[in-house]
Design a protein around this ligand. Sequence first.
Ligand code: NAD
Length: 500
Amino acid sequence: MDLHDLTYWQNKAATLDIGQQAFINGEFVDAKNGATFESINPAMGVKLADVAACQQEDIDLAVAAARTSFDSGLWSRMHPRDRKKRLLNLAGLIEQHREELALLETLDMGKPIGDALLYDLPETANCFAWYAEAIDKQYDEIAPTGADVLATITREPVGVVAAVVPWNYPLMIGAWKAAAALAVGNSVILKPAEQSSLSALRLAALAAQADIPDGVFNVVPGMGAVAGKALGLHADVDCISFTGSTATGKRFMEYSGQSNLKRIWLECGGKSPHIVFEDCPDLDKAAQAVAIGIFSNQGEVCIAGSRLYVQESIYDVFMNKVTACARRMHPGNPLDPKSNMGAMVDERQMRKVLSYIEDGIRQGAQLRLGGQQVHFDTGGYFIEPTIFDCDRQNLSIVSEEIFGPVLAAQKFNTEAQAIALANDSPYGLGSGVWTANLGRAHRMSRQLRAGLVWVNCYFDGDITVPFGGVKQSGFGRDKSLHALDKYSDLKTTWFSLGSS
Ligand code: NAD
């Protein structure tokens, strides 16, 4: 048996121990009122687990535990080299348990096991290791004041940080937030999405095994409108680090205003443009990147290149290449290591995507490929790669985030037109440009209103560089040393030195 074998993963899945309780103050517990919600395997449409549905009283307990642990100083004032050791332990345990964690991601949210194992898990482990290694190398500052004073500027943890995350990369996005916040010395409450809570609960057990003290890392599964809202409105939460839809992001701004003015950091939706000029250095490579950029993870990617703009002179040739690449992407059993697309996260998301496809057809876009639900016999929620040729911006498939495997392609003529089309969106997350002209690459990079620009590549990234958007894609950045700013306060201390 080996990792490249479907039966290996099926057998492993059959014997997997699935944790279903919340993790509060170092203990796995049910919701106080016993409430649960069903976690569904979207590849089969069957129940995987009944997960604790945290309510206001459970959130109150988690916040109290986080506050007590923070105030105790056990973690917040621990020597950075000791926090580093424990976070490195955690990174090691994630690495050691990567198969089990990848399997939980795949069963719970439908992503291909190969992707979970190759991308999500290494990135999650590396994220904890990277922030662990970074934190004992941070220095504070002394201001250039006069000789009679000393003014220090020191970085301090903000206190209780709640990380509220979406379902598409549950562990990885949870790690981007939790690792940076923990490294600075905060106590963290992680609220996974209700569609994909299981890996976060396993992470909690590993955190305890890594000697992260009780109350410092808590996981509270539950409904967004109950558990998420309770965190957003809580008077003793100092910071919310949120990733999810723009609509929910706006709610968190309101929660903050209605409660304690907690700081809010938002990584929200996207409708990222992918632009291909006629001087593209490698059309085959670009076509492959366009297909992967919209169809991998079933299109459930915030930075998915869902709007494609192709210069008119190469439109037909290039679209044929993209279509050929898309035909090689098959939604299949997520447990099969050969599948390069899996199931949509749940029936609701599948219906939403199918209704956008119907809108596209009704509004006059030309369906070039796909458009159908497939694998009905499995009981799961699969949609094939779908490509539309479009002739205007005001189609809902061009202007709205679908969060599924649907590509809306259009022609353009000039560079100025490409920029105008690309920037014609309320979002500003990712963007891609393919050109051999260095000057054009720089001009495009400067003028695209997006947090991320890829030139002659797409999706590339690393923990060393910031990730996030502008406009209604949010503000603040995950990853890199810049993320530490979200979880720190700057303190100025002014020492009068007197005279000798
Ligand atoms: P969502 O906004 O529905 O949910 C995100 C989280 O917020 C979940 O934990 C959910 O339980 C919680 N939530 C939902 N309603 C809430 C409410 N009323 N009050 C408080 N909390 C609430 O988003 P989703 O459907 O889970 O994820 C898809 C969205 O996430 C897409 O828009 C996608 O672009 C975005 N996303 C953005 C990034 C990024 O880095 N910018 C990354 C991944 C996903």
